[in-house]
Design a protein around this ligand. Structure first.
Ligand code: NAP
Length: 497
């Protein structure tokens, strides 16, 4: 039976990797999710047949856990609006880190129970816990060296080290992700660095490491408990000062940490599916973190330690000049008679759910021989790939969608750039104003187009809270209103021409 279980875990790992491969392109992403989901089903079913799981009570517990967690995930997954997706990702990620930390807690505290016992008592305990014969347990205990005096000797040096590392990373990812969730959900507002906070963070982290090492060499449950609590505290302290604009990068980092913690705990449990899945998540998360930090032109160290994105240095005064307001009809005429139009969607398009109307508008423009392209900034919206998902949902072909690097040089040859619900990702302050918190972030060069039309509800700032001079530029016209309504009005206008 064990061979079948191990083969199933291997199959699950292969499915996870295929799933991840599928998710690397919008065309195959849906299939990728299904593959990865199938892998999870295989791994879960295999666990029921694992030789170490025994006793009716344990099966009942597993079924209850699956029913409750699966039910909640199903319900919340169905209900969550697209705009709240980042919070959900943060929350689920936190659960992954928490689960890894919980596994570490169970295994490490259980091993502590064997510290100081004589060989016979240890063997009896091992036999009860693992459901193996007393003889096999005795052999295992004497192979590990008889009477144990510390966590390290009770569970084995390598297992203890990886278990402790996984516990530290898992607790940090758990509490840090919960703080990220609370911030993205608007439940926690404080996000500035208090003086000396970095020193406190370093002290807490160092203390956690010291208690971890101490746990390894002692059999004290109190030391181990303090180690876990310090990990949780460090996660909170690490995430609290990080500002909203940096949250996506941080969530991605916690995601990578969760993967790593799962992989370490997989080693502790001797579970290859967990090791492979955790490593895959860890490396994919690390790459994503790097890519996002690069897209915001911010080294990761700066994201984590500078308190950027807190909005602290946002200018109080708005830019000089007036915004030029035009009606949707005028904007529609401008687009209909253009040679090339580039559409730049942002978070507001998601809020307004305007993607379907925008696609209808694009089809009408194409019928008039206008060349239309979509330009996507890597951090537009509120999660990686947010805009791609919305456009795919509306049926926009992939070959009309361009990444920032591919399209930025084209704006200067474009008649009309249409910005719908985007703000930070087109803010020229990122290029010109060294005092701006978003300075250095690469942006879409819409300001270089001959005409810019911006569709938004009012004078609200974007996610970073920074004013946008683009809206005051001579070549820029504002169409105020909800994205979907304005897109609808544009469709009507173009139809009548
Ligand atoms: P943004 O800077 O947040 O601006 C969105 C704009 O949409 C707002 O100025 C708002 O102005 C407008 N808006 C809101 N509701 C609207 C509606 N119903 N109809 C029309 N307009 C509406 O968005 P962005 O340019 O996409 O930039 C993304 C920002 O989010 C970046 O700062 C990025 O770092 C951050 N972020 C990204 C991620 C990610 O992974 N992509 C995750 C978290 C945070 P009005 O209020 O005036 O309408």
């Amino acid at each position: 039976m064990n061979t079948i279980v191990q083969l199933s875990y291997f199959l699950a790992a292969v499915l996870f990797i295929l799933g991840l491969k599928g998710m690397s392109s919008p065309r195959t992403a849906r299939k990728g999710i299904v593959w990865a989901g199938a892998g999870m089903v295989v791994a879960t079913i295999a666990t029921f047949f694992h030789p170490e799981i025994h006793g009716f009570g344990n099966y009942v517990l597993i079924v209850i856990a699956i029913a409750v967690a699966g039910g909640l995930a199903w319900y919340s997954g169905k209900k969550v609006p697209m705009t709240d997706m980042p919070q959900m990702v943060a929350l689920y990620n936190g659960m992954g880190g928490g689960a890894a930390a919980a596994i570490a807690a169970v295994e490490l505290f259980r091993a502590l129970g064997r510290v100081g016992l004589d060989t016979q008592a240890q063997a009896q305990q091992l036999a009860d816990q693992a459901g193996i014969t007393l003889k096999a347990a005795e052999a295992a205990v004497s192979a590990e060296g008889g009477v144990t005096t510390s966590l390290g000797s009770a569970i084995g040096g390598d297992v203890a080290i990886l278990g402790l590392l996984g516990a530290l990373i898992g607790t940090v990812a758990f509490s840090g992700s919960l703080v990220a969730w609370a911030k993205l959900d608007g439940r926690l507002k404080r996000n500035s660095l208090v003086p000396g906070q970095q020193v406190v963070n370093i002290v807490v982290f160092a203390a956690a490491v010291i208690f971890g090492i101490w746990s390894f060499y002692t059999g004290s449950a109190l030391v181990l408990l303090i180690f876990f609590l310090l990990g949780l505290l460090f996660g909170v302290l690490m995430a609290v000062p990080i500002g909203g604009a940096d949250m996506p990068v941080v969530i991605s980092l916690f995601n990578a940490l969760t993967g790593l913690a799962v992989a370490f705990e997989g080693y502790v449990l001797g579970n290859p599916a967990m090791i492979i899945a955790g490593t895959v998540v860890g490396s994919a998360g690390s790459l994503l973190t790097q890519l996002m930090a690069k897209a915001m032109n911010r080294p990761l160290s700066n994201v984590l330690f500078s308190g950027f994105g807190t909005g602290a240095s946002t200018s109080e005064e708005g830019p000089e000049g007036e915004m030029k307001e035009v009606q949707a009809e005028d904007a529609g005429i401008m687009m209909a008679y253009a040679n090339q139009v580039i559409i730049v969607p942002g978070y507001g398009m998601a809020v307004a759910q305007a993607q379907h109307k925008i696609w209808e508008l694009v089809e009408l423009l194409q019928d008039r021989d206008v060349t239309v392209k979509f330009a996507i900034h890597p951090v537009a919206g509120r999660m990686p790939g947010h805009m791609n998902v919305l456009l795919a949902e509306a049926g926009v072909p992939y070959d009309m969608i361009y990444d920032m690097e591919e399209i930025n040089a084209e704006f200067e040859r474009t008649d009309v750039a249409v910005v719908i619900g985007a703000n930070d990702v087109v803010n020229p302050a990122a290029k010109t104003d060294e005092s701006s918190p978003i300075y250095g972030m690469p942006i879409l060069n819409v300001d270089e187009a001959e005409n810019v039309i911006v569709i938004k509800r009012g004078r609200g700032t974007g996610f970073s809270g920074v004013e946008n001079k683009l809206f005051y530029a001579d070549n820029c016209s504002m169409v105020f209103g909800d994205g979907q309504k304005v897109a609808g009005a544009l469709v009507q206008t173009v139809k009548t021409l």
